[in-house]
Write a protein that binds this ligand. Structure first.
Ligand code: 5RP
Length: 250
């Protein structure tokens, strides 16, 4: 909730510090304003931050600032939002070359801009789309910035439903994930199901993953793992909103 909308704040004319939602809106809007040009194929991310970028794209198409955009959503949720805003949509099948993709993240490593994604459960579609983008713009509030990946946000791994307990144990036992605890994500009393009809295990770490590249390779080697939420070497630029304003890391 916006603290600015509190009646006492409005009537007293006080300018409060930006709320987290306002920071997300700032980066979502800036990504579209700075990186999307008419005629582009645009990858649309998933989550509360990416939703602001989708909103902005809808606005700029509606007022004619942008023309001839075609977009590829990374989840059913984003597809529905984009459809509601009248954004023309396509798929990778007909448009495999994306000019720019914009998405949030759960963790951004300060040093490498490696990401952990999948908190919202959309990591598979996000990765298949964003890996095709010439420019991948990550939008976050400063709470997502961290040193290393692993302990700050549980690493989501999408797995098939069949023998999921066996797959969960296999993940936990990987050498480069040593000491992690893999927990099946639940939605109420049932396992959470992704847009691709798979499950997710969230891997908890006490310390940063030593070798994320190796961890990613080992995860993909487990039969039954579909994809993991480590997005390595993909980020073109990261737009960060904090209490001192907006900064861009490349
Ligand atoms: C979804 C994601 C999201 O980008 C991530 O969870 C960030 O979401 P939010 O902007 O709501 O914090 O990876 O799978």
């Amino acid at each position: 909730h916006s603290r600015l909308s509190a009646p006492w704040a409005r009537s007293s004319g006080m300018r409060m510090m930006a709320t987290q939602d306002e920071l997300k809106q700032q980066v979502g809007y800036k990504a579209v304003d700075d990186y999307v040009k008419s005629g582009m194929v645009v990858g649309l991310g998933t989550g509360s931050t990416a939703a602001f970028a989708v909103e902005r794209l809808g606005q700029l198409l509606k007022d004619g600032t942008l023309k001839d955009i075609i977009a590829i959503p990374t989840s059913i949720r984003t597809k529905e939002q984009a459809e509601g805003l009248g954004i023309p949509l396509t798929t990778l099948d007909s448009h495999p070359n994306i000019d720019v993709a914009i998405d949030g993240a759960d963790t951004v490593d300060n040093a490498t801009l490696a990401l952990v994604k999948g908190g919202g459960g959309a990591l598979l579609r996000e990765k298949i789309v964003e890996v095709q983008a010439k420019e991948f713009i990550v939008i976050v509030d400063e709470s997502k910035m961290a040193d290393g990946v692993g302990p700050h946000f549980d690493l989501p791994v999408e797995i098939i439903q069949f023998c999921h307990e066996h797959i969960r144990r296999e993940v936990e036992n990987l050498p480069s994930l040593k000491g992690c605890k893999a927990v099946l994500r639940m939605s109420g009393d049932k396992p959470y199901v992704t847009d691709n009809a798979n499950y997710i295990v969230d891997c908890k770490f006490d310390t940063p993953i030593k070798d994320p590249v190796q961890a990613g390779a080992e995860l993909l080697n487990v039969v039954g793992v579909v994809e993991h939420g480590l997005f390595l070497g993909m980020t073109t630029a990261c737009i960060i909103a904090g209490k001192d304003g907006i900064s861009v890391k490349t």
